[in-house]
Design a protein around this ligand. Structure first.
Ligand SMILES: CC(C)(COP(=O)(O)OP(=O)(O)OC[C@H]1O[C@@H](n2cnc3c(N)ncnc32)[C@H](O)[C@@H]1OP(=O)(O)O)[C@@H](O)C(=O)NCCC(=O)NCCS
Length: 183
């Protein structure tokens, strides 16, 4: 069956794959530290915080997340937006990440949650969908921290981005370079 990709709206937050629904890594780094110590007690609060944060980005920026369904099950997730919405960026050595007033959008996450569905082209389809969305809205570039040598990274391995035409903009940390696609 073909995958179906839909944008996040004010009413489908609950369809975001569970792992991503409470993930505040990019937007609220201090909460991620808390989570490591007290997982379940704070989980509902984190989910609500994530929801409010996404709705804020949606209102400020428009489409900012995509859910990929495969056989009617949500198995993939991508999130993106203005870099000022992701303060975790300042912890990365490769800099600077572009700003929204220059038309540059930051891709914070690209994830196929079900590992048995990886390497079947779904991640690439999800990325294509994000690129088409941003190109259609007139943005100038998309940037992400791709990882060299491992796919264990919020937006996955550098190979995927090279395949889609991204180039390395800054590799002050060669393991986590900034990959950029000019749109
Ligand atoms: C990154 C990710 C979304 C890619 O999705 P995918 O469906 O497995 O990737 P695709 O099958 O579409 O692969 C497209 C291209 O990406 C590259 N690629 C994908 N996985 C790769 C890997 N493990 N190693 C090297 N290259 C890889 C290849 O160039 C591939 O093209 P090819 O199949 O023609 O060689 C997926 O691997 C993933 O979710 N990784 C974990 C990311 C993560 O932990 N996010 C954290 C969220 S909190």
């Amino acid at each position: 069956m073909n995958p179906v990709i839909i944008s996040i709206t004010q009413s489908n937050f609950e369809a975001i794959p569970e792992k991503c629904r409470s993930c505040l890594y990019w937007s609220f780094p201090e909460e991620t530290e808390k989570l490591n110590s007290k997982i379940s007690a704070t989980n509902q609060k984190l989910i609500e915080k994530k929801k409010q944060s996404l709705l804020h980005t949606l209102q400020e920026f428009g489409n900012c997340a995509k859910i990929l369904y495969y056989n009617d099950v949500p198995v993939g997730y991508a999130e993106y937006g203005p870099s000022h919405r992701f303060p975790q960026i300042k912890e990365y050595k490769s800099q600077p990440i572009g700003q929204i007033d220059e038309g540059v959008v930051f891709l914070s996450c690209l994830y196929i949650v079900d590992e048995t569905l990886r390497r079947k082209g779904l991640g690439e389809k999800l990325l294509d969908n994000v690129i088409a969305d941003l190109r259609g809205r007139g943005f100038t570039a998309i940037e992400t921290y791709a990882r060299e040598g491992s796919m264990n990274n919020p937006s996955g391995p550098i190979e995927l981005y090279r395949k889609k035409g991204f180039y390395v903009k800054d590799d002050a940390n060669p393991e986590f370079p900034i990959a950029r696609l000019d749109l």
